[in-house]
Design a protein. Structure first.
Length: 118
C-alpha cells in the first residue's frame, strides 16, 4: 500500500448535506474536530444551513480553493474547500470554536456577508 492510499483511507466521507444548490460532503476529520474542539454538531448544521445566504460570496471561490465560513452568533468557523463550483459541491474539512485567523484563506462572514474577506 502507498502512502497516498493511506491518506485516502484515513479521511473517509461520512455523509452529505444539501443546502440550497450546494452539496456539502462531510469528511471524518471534520467530525473528529467537533469532538476535539467541543463544537456541537447542531451548530455545524446551523452554519451549513446558512450557506445559501452567502451564495454570491461562495461563487467567487475558485475550484480547489479553501475558505472559511464563520458564524458570530455560534462562534463557529467551518473550514471548507470548493470541490466543483459548477456542480455546487463543497467539502467540510475542519472547524474551529472561534473566529478563523486572518491570513491567505478567505473568510466568509455569515453575519456580515457584505464584508467578506476575499
Amino acid at each position: 500500500m502507498k502512502i497516498n492510499e493511506l491518506l485516502v483511507l484515513e479521511e473517509a466521507e461520512l455523509g452529505r448535506i444539501t443546502t440550497g444548490r450546494w452539496l456539502v460532503v462531510i469528511d471524518s476529520h471534520s467530525m473528529d474536530q467537533t469532538i476535539d474542539r467541543q463544537v456541537l454538531p447542531t451548530d455545524v448544521d446551523r452554519v451549513i444551513a446558512k450557506i445559501p445566504t452567502v451564495e454570491r460570496q461562495i461563487e467567487q471561490i475558485a475550484n480547489g480553493q479553501q475558505f472559511w465560513l464563520y458564524d458570530h452568533l455560534l462562534t463557529t468557523g467551518l473550514g471548507m474547500r470548493m470541490i466543483n463550483k459548477e456542480q455546487g459541491r463543497l467539502i467540510l474539512k475542519t472547524l474551529l470554536d472561534k473566529r478563523p485567523w486572518d491570513g491567505p484563506t478567505p473568510i466568509i462572514d455569515l453575519d456580515r456577508p457584505d464584508q467578506t474577506a476575499l
